[in-house]
Design a protein around this ligand. Structure first.
Ligand SMILES: [Mn+2]
Length: 331
């Protein structure tokens, strides 16, 4: 693991001194990516900077309730104002995660890379990568405070969205005492957690609800119930008329049975590749498994994109999981 913290003072100095920023998060953004983009925008706005937010996927329906500091552009040609001097990538484990258009357009010497993914290789000119951070949003909170801002209002809500989702409502191993102290600070800054979590969790379409019933109803198991597998098929997505991100987080339910040590979910991408997600309990390292398939992430939560049919990818990933499992959890 490489920790890139030495660039942090430069990043703080640069944000204070420079102007015209583009803030980008990963494609098909999750709560941490959406919240980090919003938080970064609020920070820049508070400092009186010109900036634009960019994400080729836009903001998914389930996060539109979050107040954004400005419009989110989905195409670089649509960006108003002067062209960016600096590109701030948030929650992007690799340059390609920002999407093809930006990956091709941007020069790495103009990138400020702020992220918490273990496999982030430091692709920017300035890199602040903290795998200990439970969410990139935690890093946004530190940055805001170091720049003299207080975590209140919409900035506090943006940070809260990041950490509540990336920690599974403060339940994953990545949750630290400092994460909970930050959450308390955000509540003091005005976040109404009951109302907020209603908007995060209790706001599904019936299509999403029925999608989850169908996917979970077809759970496959291996190795005496120690591995569970979910298939998110195009056919189900079409039948229930849902968006890709409507299946986000379903893998956590494949971890509910006590015997399950590792879970795998798969879905087909638009380019015909298989996007896989892995989860594990305790010390079982699925980041290492994902890395063998060009993926990355964290010890207990990793993901990647690989070629093959669902049957093939399922077979090879289950075999790789069985390899690291050994006798773990066998009764
Ligand atoms: Mn994240």
């Amino acid at each position: 693991m490489i920790a890139y913290n030495k660039d942090y003072p430069d990043i703080v100095r640069l944000i204070k001194a420079e102007n015209d920023f583009l803030v980008a998060g990963h494609v098909n953004p999750d709560g941490d990516a959406v919240g980090s983009m919003a938080a970064m925008g609020y920070i820049l706005a508070a400092l009186g900077k010109r900036f634009n937010l960019y994400n080729p996927s836009g903001i998914p329906d389930n996060y539109v309730f979050l107040s954004m500091p400005s419009q989110v552009y989905t195409k670089l040609v649509e960006l108003p104002g002067p062209s960016p001097n600096w590109y701030i990538f948030v929650d992007c484990g690799s340059m390609s995660r920002s999407g093809e258009e930006l990956e091709e357009a941007v020069n790495p010497v103009d990138i400020i890379n702020i992220d918490h993914h273990v496999a982030n290789r430091g692709y920017g000119r300035f890199n602040w990568i903290d795998p200990e951070a439970a969410a990139t949003g935690e890093m946004m909170a530190k940055l805001a405070k170091d720049l003299g801002l207080t975590l209140t209002g919409t900035l506090a809500e943006a940070v809260y969205l990041c950490i509540v989702l990336d920690t599974g409502h403060f339940s994953f191993a990545s949750t630290k005492a400092s994460t909970l102290m930050l959450a308390a600070e955000l509540m003091e800054g005005g976040v109404k957690v009951g109302d907020f979590n209603d908007q995060v969790e209790n706001s599904w379409s019936w299509g999403k609800y029925r999608l989850w019933l169908d996917i979970l109803g077809d759970t496959r198991t291996y190795s005496e119930g120690r591995i569970s597998v979910l298939r998110i098929t195009k056919e189900l997505m079409d039948r229930h008329k849902v968006q890709i991100q409507d299946s986000d987080g379903i893998i956590n339910f494949a971890m509910r049975p006590a015997s399950v040590q590792a879970a795998l979910s798969m879905r087909m991408t638009e380019s015909g590749l298989i996007k896989f997600s892995l989860r594990s309990k305790k010390n079982l390292d699925v980041q290492a498994v994902a890395a063998k398939f060009n993926g990355g992430g964290h010890r207990n939560a990793a993901a990647g994109v690989t070629a093959g049919s669902m049957d093939e990818v399922e077979a090879s990933l289950v075999a790789a999981l069985e390899n690291v499992l050994g006798d773990l959890g066998r009764v």
